[in-house]
Design a protein around this ligand. Structure first.
Ligand code: GLV
Ligand code: MG
Length: 344
């Protein structure tokens, strides 16, 4: 039987922003990937505890086929020997059509299931993939005597996965969130890019030439070009589907490690649209994600002012020449709730 994710979520109080989950979810602005089979990287993991919201032991792409077992065992060793404190430990297992996925799930849940928080499942195509993982986890949790259910995070990286986004979000109350997988998704859609996330200088709009016959004010500088966001459509779909089902949307990887400016822009666009975090592929991206996915002090102060001025949250007030009403107070509550969650 398919359980609806909605069954797990508290009814909304009238006028209050939706609480995302009944299961307490800790902030996860940066999901930092490491290869548990790489001794140098693995040795750094204990020092990174407390410096990042999520440490993710990656077993899938970027780990060579001959190193899959080493990576899996490396993660077991790290999970057993490390106190993660408030930092969450996630893993990305191999895709369900690979020869490694079953052993990944079986080993990790029975060996370190009490330390793991979230299992990221790549290349999810539809609800059937989540149902499979959900049933398997239930059996493995029972076998291992675990009391805390593992959560599941799906990477959206196939055209079919995007088409089935609603049913994926609703497939299990374990669903914690969705990430955009721009590299695999680009390949699956036959996009003509060779990057891991981010924009492309060829995907642009160009300012029309100046015309005098339109009777409207026009920009009269040089003919400018503006790069567009290749991922806007997919992120917007993810945000709506996740909001509807009470789970979290994340931007995924940004592969150009040196381009910290473009990385920050891409992360901020995702944050403004509703995403709560992004992946970090290099320690330099952790600080970017922590900064971008935290509301600014100014925004939170303004939000508190609006909430205080709006009293019971109904009606309208003027603040600094701008009209605020029931709808703007809800936006402000979202901002303050996030700030409080991050400060807790
Ligand atoms: C991530 O896995 C991606 O394919 O972008
Ligand atoms: Mg991928």
């Amino acid at each position: 039987m398919t359980r609806s994710a909605k069954d797990f979520f508290a009814p909304l109080a009238v006028g209050a922003p939706a609480p995302l989950r009944e299961i307490p979810a800790r902030p996860s602005r940066a999901i930092h990937f490491f290869d548990p089979g790489n001794e140098k990287m693995a040795a750094k993991v204990p020092q990174m505890v407390g410096t990042v919201d999520v440490l993710l032991g990656n077993l899938e792409d970027a780990v060579k086929a001959e190193n899959k077992e080493k990576a899996r065992q490396g993660l077991v060793d790290i999970g057993r020997s490390t106190d993660f404190g408030k930092t969450q430990l996630w893993t990305r297992v191999n895709s369900l059509d690979s020869p490694w996925a079953l052993d990944d799930l079986t080993t990790l849940v029975t060996e370190i299931g009490d330390t793991l928080d979230v299992i990221m499942v790549p290349k999810v195509q539809g609800a059937e993939d989540i149902h499979y993982v959900d049933r398997l986890l239930a059996q493995l949790e029972a076998k291992a005597g675990l009391t805390k259910p593992l959560q599941v995070h799906a990477i959206l990286e196939t055209a079919r996965g995007v088409a089935n986004i609603e049913e994926i979000c609703a497939a299990s109350p374990r669903m914690q969130g969705l990430s955009l997988g721009p590299a695999d998704l680009a390949a699956d859609r036959r996009m003509k890019t060779t990057r891991v996330g981010g924009g492309h200088p060829g995907y642009l709009v160009r300012q029309d030439p100046q015309r005098d016959d339109l009777g409207v004010p026009q920009y009269d500088g040089p003919r400018a070009t503006y790069q567009q966001d290749l991922w806007h459509y997919t992120i917007a779909r993810m945000v709506d589907a996740c909001a509807m089902h009470g789970i979290y949307p994340y931007y995924g990887p940004f592969g150009d490690i040196k381009d910290t400016v473009a990385c920050e822009d891409q992360f901020r666009n995702a944050f403004l649209l509703g995403c709560v975090g992004a992946w970090s592929l290099h320690p330099a991206q952790i600080a970017i994600a922590h900064k971008v996915f935290s509301p600014s002090v100014e925004d939170v102060a303004h939000a508190r002012r609006v909430i205080a001025a709006m009293g019971d949250g109904t009606g309208a007030v003027m603040i600094d020449g701008k009209m605020e009403d029931d709808a703007s107070v809800k936006q402000c509550q979202v901002m303050v709730a996030l700030a409080e969650e991050l400060a807790a």
